[in-house]
Write a protein that binds this ligand. Structure first.
Ligand code: EPU
Length: 422
């Protein structure tokens, strides 16, 4: 339950990146030694992944809630349980990781947020380029290879998931793999840094071309996950929307440049420190409407699209948001309309006519980032907003209500939903 009207003020520490964590955890399967991972976000998707690793016979020890030691030496199965994998998208990385480790995998199609069709043709194409046979005919995805060998992979679309899967499969393959038209998101670089730290030879992550010289000699080590670009962006937009003044700590300002640029265009102040960012709005400042397109990195992140639209609902004039990654990522718009927002969706374009105010209503978190958008809308709305299905938010944000409350937001969790993960 969110009561609107409070300006967010103070400091918030950003947690480790969810989408890096769900790539690095399966990467541990390639290492027959202890990987110590620090700055691991304490979120449901991570807990789920840890359960999957344990189910495959990995030895997992939590040192504290954000530090874990994982030893995959005794992993003895290439077939994770369907009950666990179907609950998240990141489980698709088990395909690349298990192929790399055992030259075979048997994994059910992954779950995750619903943005229309989420194909895996590019994942399959990359495994085939490394010499694997993939069979999807019986509802389960089965992969086998006599021997994984380096190969050339040219992606037809820029895809984070397939880039990560190709990297996981190629890390221990024989010879050189070259991935062209690779995704460049910060978590791709983070995965490469993690694997290199464990003895892999990956160059070019963060550019269009990634080159991987396969090696069988991975070893254990310690690695700290990067801060979450999207969690940081969510707090930046929430600070702006409430006309607040918030300092975000433990961030990489370079990863936030495009989010800062859009906020500055709207009239918000953003100032970067070394590993912090301050976001604030001058008193009585009239903010401006803007247009933006969600695109692969370094474009504006699609995972920030709903939150920015929420912010724009009360900015005078007409703003537009174009979704350039997913087929259908505007399902949440109907929820904002229940709060009085004036938004029209035409295909992949949302046209937002700023209204004077939003009014609290009962709304649903239709997916993870849509849930974050509902919180932002609740914080600026008049009255009380009740958000249901917040398990989506728990999948990807650590202590979200506590962090907002510490900044002065009036947020209360009124029902704890136990989804069997604790
Ligand atoms: N695509 C294909 N074929 C494929 C794979 C993807 O056509 O084989 C298309 C998709 O349909 C989509 C585009 O390529 O249109 C991009 O998809 P991508 O593979 O990059 O997405 P993903 O790996 O499934 C990750 C994040 C999402 C984020 C997208 C885009 C994880 C676990 N998920 O998904 O994050 O929206 O990249 O940046 O890393 C979130 O965190 O809320 C979230 C949904």
């Amino acid at each position: 339950m969110v009561k609107g009207g409070n300006r967010l003020q103070g400091e918030v520490t950003i947690s480790g990146a969810k989408n890096a964590a769900v790539a690095i955890l399966p990467a541990c399967l390639l290492v027959k030694d202890v990987c110590r991972i620090e700055n691991l976000p304490d979120i449901k998707d991570v807990k789920l992944f840890v359960r999957i690793l344990k189910q495959l016979n990995a030895d997992v020890k939590y040192i504290d809630k954000n530090t874990v030691e994982i030893d995959c030496t005794d992993v003895n199965s290439y077939a994770p349980s369907r009950d666990l994998t179907r609950r998240m998208r990141g489980s698709s990385y088990l395909m690349g990781a298990l192929l790399g480790r055992f030259s075979r995998f048997s994994v059910d199609p992954p779950g995750g947020c619903d943005f229309g069709t989420r194909p895996i043709d590019q994942h399959i194409k990359s495994f085939e380029a490394l010499g694997a046979d993939i069979d999807t005919s019986r509802g389960v995805i089965n992969g086998t290879a006599d021997k994984l060998s380096g190969g050339s992979i040219f992606f037809d679309v820029v895809t984070v998931g397939a880039t990560i899967n190709a990297m996981l499969a190629a890390t221990c393959a024989d010879g050189l793999t070259v991935i062209e038209n690779a995704a460049k998101e910060p978590h791709i670089v983070d995965l490469a840094n993690f694997l290199n730290n464990m003895g892999a030879n990956i160059r070019g992550a963060g550019t269009d071309t990634i080159k991987i010289k396969g090696t069988k000699n991975l070893h254990g080590g310690t690695y700290a996950i990067i801060p979450d670009q999207i969690e940081a962006g969510t707090f930046m937009v929430a600070a702006a929307a409430t006309r607040g003044d918030v300092v975000l700590k433990n961030v990489i300002p370079r990863h936030l440049e495009i989010i800062s640029a859009k906020l500055v265009e709207a009239g918000v102040n953003v100032s970067d420190g070394e590993d912090s960012v301050r976001v604030w709005v001058d008193e009585n400042k009239a903010l401006r409407h803007i247009n933006f397109s969600a695109l692969p990195y370094p474009g504006f992140p699609t995972d920030m699209q709903p939150q920015l639209v929420s912010f724009l609902t009360t900015i005078p004039g007409t703003s537009t948001a174009r979704e350039g990654v997913w087929e259908n990522r505007f399902r949440y718009v109907n929820e904002l309309k229940r709060m009085g927002a004036n938004i029209r969706v035409e295909g992949k374009l949302a046209i937002i006519d700023g209204v004077d105010r939003l009014i609290g209503a009962n709304v649903k978190a239709t997916d993870l980032r849509a849930g974050a958008a509902m919180i932002i809308a609740g914080l600026i709305a008049e009255g009380t907003t009740e958000i249901t299905d917040i398990y989506h938010i728990d999948r990807g944000y650590e202590n979200f209500e506590e962090k907002f409350v510490n900044l002065g937001g009036d947020i209360q969790r009124i029902q704890v939903v136990d989804d069997l993960l604790d």
